[in-house]
Design a protein around this ligand. Structure first.
Ligand code: URA
Length: 248
């Protein structure tokens, strides 16, 4: 039995159902159209109204999460972004790196850690004996904060459900948190300063998690590289991987 379509959303549902009946299982929808279909109530909810999504509640895949991120309007960063940066890499990684949020290069390309800090991260990953494609690289927020400022607590809270869903799907053996924002994103604002807690194992949802310095910090303070290398050696040991003698 067909329902009488009452409004544009009903009409759309009816149209998609008719496609399904014809055996059509895919159709292209532009991010703009999806954004316009997003009910006003689900845009930019207040902090009180915002509830973290249960991990993978939508039965999501990484691609499906990235599609939702592409049209996300849960915080003001959507107004100034060029591209969303959902994160990329091995969908079944042993190792996951989490940074703060996209910078200018990432915002242009839609890829995490492709600027100067990203090049240093690549060196660290390769010195550990991995390629970038073998690990997953993501961020706390998926849109660039203007001028590369630190994301606000509200922006982090609006975006974190995506990361939680990604981690639940990726199930890495070990997570490396790059810098203070990444650690605060996973463990809350009172977790302590990065200088104090780097190198100390933590557990996120049962996953061994190593906080260390952000590569952008290392570009300004190369003396911190030896600490990061010590942290990465601890990661390799925890993963039962060979520990190279040469650092990044
Ligand atoms: N810094 C981050 O924290 N993430 C990126 O993707 C790039 C730079």
């Amino acid at each position: 039995m067909t329902r009488a379509a009452t409004g544009p959303v009903d009409q759309l549902i009816e149209y998609v159902e008719s496609l399904k009946m014809q055996g059509i299982t895919r159709c292209d929808v532009s991010p703009d159209t999806l954004a316009r279909l997003t009910p006003a109530a689900s845009r930019a909810p207040t902090r009180a109204a915002r509830k973290p999504a249960a991990p993978s509640a939508a039965g999501g895949t990484l691609e499906e999460i990235a599609e939702r991120i592409a049209v996300c309007r849960h915080c003001g960063l959507c107004e100034t972004r060029t591209k969303t940066v959902p994160g990329q890499g091995n969908p079944k990684p042993e190792l996951m790196f989490i940074g703060e949020g996209p910078g200018a290069d990432e915002d242009k390309q839609g890829l995490a850690f492709v600027g100067r800090a990203g090049q240093l991260l690549t060196k660290i990953i390769e010195a550990m004996g991995f390629s970038r494609n073998e690990v997953f690289i993501g961020n706390i927020v998926k849109c660039r904060p203007p001028g590369n400022r630190t994301p606000t607590q509200d922006e982090m809270e609006a975006c974190l459900p995506y990361l939680h869903e990604q981690i639940a799907i990726l199930k890495p053996k070990v997570i490396v948190c790059l810098g203070a924002t990444a650690v605060k994103g996973l463990f809350g604002p009172d977790v302590g300063g990065i200088t104090k807690i780097r190198g100390q194992w933590k557990s996120f949802e049962g996953i061994d998690t190593m906080p260390t310095y952000h590569p952008a910090y290392l570009l300004r303070n190369p003396a911190g590289k030896k600490d990061v290398w010590a942290d990465m050696k601890a990661v390799l040991k925890r993963m039962n991987r060979p520990v190279p003698t040469k650092s990044a």
